[in-house]
Design a protein around this ligand. Structure first.
Ligand code: FES
Length: 213
């Protein structure tokens, strides 16, 4: 057989077992890739169909730069000023329950853990850590959600901040140290400053807000 004939014969041989195996492997790989791509594209389409979680601005957590507004009462939704806090100092309830308001003017009242307390206190009575996160005037803010079972800490009894549900007592001058009651931990302080007479959030909560359950 001539040399060129031998080559032609080799190429034309349909049953060469090695060539057959190679073709099979290539085909299988191609099917595999195709199937993989199909699965991937299904996932891709599926991901597109999952409803997106819409951000609700009034449920966004308190953030640096927010101002504090009255949560309730005749001045509900109005910004709390240093004058308001001075006026509260002489009242039966010397603190104000507040919500944060974003620079875009959204009052973030629909997130429970955004319920805050703000008070004007004497810096000389504060522990150094507490004073560090208060304004120089003595404005202090805390989460108002009790660490026990999540009630709003809303009472003032015998010069102390008290939870009405089970009598938890917090020391506002000392990073809300627990003085009495079944409360497992202090509520976190929220750093604030006064800017243009308004109370502005100056840092993140110094701990986790909300009940410890
Ligand atoms: S929820 Fe505040 S003391 Fe129980």
């Amino acid at each position: 057989m001539a040399d060129h004939e031998a080559k032609a014969h080799h190429h034309d041989h349909p049953e060469d077992p090695q060539a057959h195996a190679t073709r099979r492997a290539v085909l299988q790989a191609a099917i595999g890739v195709g199937a993989g791509a199909a699965v991937l594209s299904t996932l891709w389409v599926g991901a597109g169909l999952v409803p997106r979680v819409e951000k609700v601005p009034s449920k966004e957590p308190v953030a640096v730069g927010d101002t504090l507004v009255f949560a309730m009462g005749a001045k509900a939704d109005q910004e709390i000023t240093l004058d308001d806090l001075r006026a509260a100092q002489g009242a039966a309830l010397p603190f104000i329950i507040a919500f944060p308001k974003s620079p875009e003017n959204v009052i973030k009242k629909d997130l429970r853990n955004n319920t805050l307390m703000v008070i004007l206190a004497d810096p000389a009575r504060m522990s150094p850590e507490t004073r560090q996160h208060a304004s120089p005037e003595g404005v202090l803010a805390y989460s108002a959600i009790c660490k026990h079972l999540g009630c709003t800490v809303s009472q003032w009894i015998n010069n102390n901040w008290v939870c009405p549900c089970h009598g938890g007592v917090y020391d506002i001058h000392n990073q809300a140290r627990v003085l009495a009651g079944p409360v497992p931990a202090p509520v976190p302080q929220l750093p604030v400053r006064v800017e243009g007479g308004r109370v502005v959030v100056a840092g993140e909560f110094l701990g986790e807000p909300g009940a410890d359950v």
